[in-house]
Ligand binder design. Structure first.
Ligand code: ADP
Ligand code: MG
Length: 357
């Protein structure tokens, strides 16, 4: 297994327009990692993946697979397997012939080819499907054929561009776990592209959140959820409250901040200095806020909307100057009523970039 290094990589489309969707990217993907490029549509995920694959030449920067500089290496010599959103299978060929395609190109002998195809089909849960025609398969099965075709050549690098987007919700969830298992079993380094944050969170060892021509954060799903680097990340990952606050005092890895006239202790990045009076933004996840009686409350507000979700309800609560979403098991709360909220100590996070001076 090999790491992948992207050093100062960027792509500019069009001399005149000068569009640089990816910005300049510096990322190292560790050997064997399942790494996800996550961001809204148009942020340059596919462009970046295509540069790693060798289908698009970077305007600047270098791409290394392990110690080898592959920046100018053609795609078919990079040792990559690729899976696309639209499967890109040959509809007139059998499942086995589709999977064998890359082995034929590499002149692998028939007996070895058959053995490898059978093993790949077994890995993706399609043992015995070799003789079927592609159009006899469901969308989910077709995507698993595409995955088998990608791994059969034992690629050092597996690249997947929104492979689940054409499947319905239930199948997406089943297939994403299967992709993850296949990648670990095949012992390849994988880079996965998606705009779906829940998919990224469920599948990835680490995620790069891309938007506005830059990587906002490169981190584990847990860190990205609990310690978003920017307000964009906080809002893009799950349902989050980004509320304005003023620093009262700073301690080693916490700060006391004033939110809507109440003092709240929040966690902060120890390397990002903040001082009294500074305006910052706080990420408060809905589950960090509890509906409590007036006496216990640190924040007070009015319930503006109420969404019943079964075991819990999701409330929008208007505080003085901002609105926060609150997840509560207490579904007796009425719309329009005034309620108190307690903030779990240290559950809030001071967004480091909002403290930049
Ligand atoms: P994503 O995969 O994140 O949705 P893309 O990498 O496909 O984003 O595209 C990023 C931006 O680059 C978009 O604005 C897109 O229109 C533009 N773009 C992509 N490919 C080309 C191309 N071949 N020529 C010109 N512009 C392109
Ligand atoms: Mg794309």
């Amino acid at each position: 297994m090999i790491p992948i290094h992207l050093a100062g990589v960027s792509k500019t489309y069009g001399e005149q327009a000068g569009a640089r969707p990816t910005g300049t990217v510096d990322i190292t993907v560790e050997a064997g990692e399942f790494f996800t490029l996550l961001g809204p549509s148009g942020c340059g995920k596919s462009t970046l993946l295509r540069m790693i694959a060798g289908f698009v030449a970077p305007t600047a920067g270098a791409i290394r697979f392990g110690d080898k500089d592959v920046t100018r290496t053609p795609a078919h010599k990079r040792g990559i397997g690729m899976v696309f959103q639209n499967y890109a299978l040959f509809p007139h060929m059998t499942v086995a012939d589709n999977v064998a395609y890359g082995l034929r190109l590499r002149n692998v002998a028939k007996a070895e080819r058959t053995a490898k195809v059978d093993k790949a089909l077994e890995r993706v849960g399609l043992a015995g499907y070799g003789k079927r025609r592609i159009d006899q398969l469901s969308g989910g099965q077709q995507q698993r054929v595409a995955l088998a075709r990608a791994i059969v050549i034992e690629p050092e690098v597996l690249l997947l561009d929104e492979p689940l987007s054409n499947l319905d919700a239930k199948l997406r969830e089943e297939t994403r776990m299967q992709i993850r298992e296949v990648q670990k079993a095949a012992a390849t380094t994988a880079i996965y592209v998606t705009h779906d944050q829940s998919e990224a969170m469920a599948m990835s060892d680490r995620i790069a959140v891309l938007a506005d021509g830059r990587a906002h954060q490169v981190d584990t799903p847990r860190k990205i959820y609990a310690e978003p680097a920017t307000a964009f990340v906080a809002r893009f990952i799950g349902r989050s409250n980004v509320v304005p606050a003023t620093v009262v005092s700073a301690e080693a890895d916490t700060a006391t901040v004033r939110i809507a006239d109440s003092d709240v202790i929040v966690r902060r990045h120890p390397d990002v200095p903040v001082g009294p009076g500074q305006a910052v933004e706080i990420s408060l996840r809905p589950e960090a806020l509890r509906v409590v009686g007036e006496a216990e409350a640190t924040l007070h507000g009015v319930v503006s909307t109420l969404e019943f979700l079964g075991s819990t309800a999701m409330l929008d609560v208007d505080l003085a100057g901002s609105t926060v979403a609150v997840s509560t098991p207490d579904i007796d709360v009425a719309q329009g009523s005034r309620i108190g909220l307690a903030v779990d100590p240290r559950a809030g996070w001071l967004i480091p970039e909002s403290a930049d001076v």
